[in-house]
Design a protein around this ligand. Structure first.
Ligand code: GLP
Length: 260
């Protein structure tokens, strides 16, 4: 079962997770960090940037993104190559040579998954994986029906995801139909998974993911079986959880030596 931490605001969530990541990087400067796109992790990246300005050094961290659109050139401003570069690599001072994003080029697509898996393997796996959650229950771009043991591969986006992501494009038709995403099995191999979800729009899917049945119809529900998951939610995203009072009590009384 995930540890669910409910905080007043996204900034509080970001501060909590940024302190943890900065502390882990201080212990292990070569930490492998899994990074996500979407708006949910942005406050975290801003908080990590502040830690950097205060002296934290992320230059030896290796990063793996969860996913990429198929067919957008890396220089397209909405390709996840470009987004990760802009939102993560530059502000956190990562070494671009250590930042990896799946290859969404049409040419060679049939091997994109295995090439990415090999890179993750060679880096020794992901230590801390940041994830958001889509309205469909996806993590990365693992849409409903994704296999719990799946590895990095090409997926077709559901219509709702394309509608949700159309805000970054001129129209929904410009949102690519296909993506390359780490599989649920890939994500589940990360040693620690941290989910960030904010706002009332996430309340229903968060409750289904963490308190509903474990089912590939709600891909994020796979996380219920991971030994170390931390979901950091604001009050609104937590508002449909049945056991919210229990999560609050557990967190308030958590021994400090346990960390995040
Ligand atoms: C995209 C990404 C996901 C992300 C989701 C939610 O589809 N591929 O990794 O979790 O959006 O985005 P947001 O955080 O903006 O709600």
């Amino acid at each position: 079962m995930a540890e669910i931490i409910i905080v007043p605001t996204p900034a509080d969530a970001a501060a909590l997770v940024a302190d943890h990541i900065a502390g882990q990087v201080e212990r292990d400067p070569e930490l492998v960090l899994g990074v996500a796109t979407g708006s949910s992790p942005l406050p975290l990246y801003a908080a990590l940037r502040e830690r950097r300005e205060a002296g934290a050094d992320f230059s030896r961290v290796t990063a793996f993104a969860l996913d990429e659109y198929v067919g957008l050139p890396p220089e397209h401003p909405q390709s996840y190559h470009a987004v990760i570069h802009r939102e993560v690599t530059v502000p956190l001072g990562l070494d671009p040579a250590r930042v990896h994003v799946p290859d969404g080029a049409v040419e060679g697509l049939e091997t994109a998954g295995e090439r990415y898996e090999a890179l993750i393997e060679a880096a020794g796996g992901v230590d801390i994986q940041i994830v958001g959650i889509g309205a469909s229950g996806h993590i990365g771009f693992n849409e409903p029906g994704s296999g719990f043991l799946s590895r990095t591969r090409v997926k077709t986006l559901v219509r709702q995801t394309r509608i949700d992501n159309a805000r970054f494009f001129d129209s929904v038709d410009e949102v690519p139909l296909h993506c390359v995403t780490q599989g649920l099995g890939t994500i589940m191999r990360a040693r620690h998974i941290v989910m960030l979800a904010f706002g009332s729009g996430k309340a229903d899917i968060v409750a289904r993911a963490f308190e509903g049945p474990v089912t590939s119809s709600v891909p994020a529900s796979v996380l219920q079986g991971h030994p170390h998951v931390t979901a950091v939610l604001d009050e609104e995203a937590a508002s449909s959880l049945r056991f919210a009072d229990y999560y609050r009590e557990a967190f308030e009384n958590k021994p400090s030596w346990q960390g995040l």
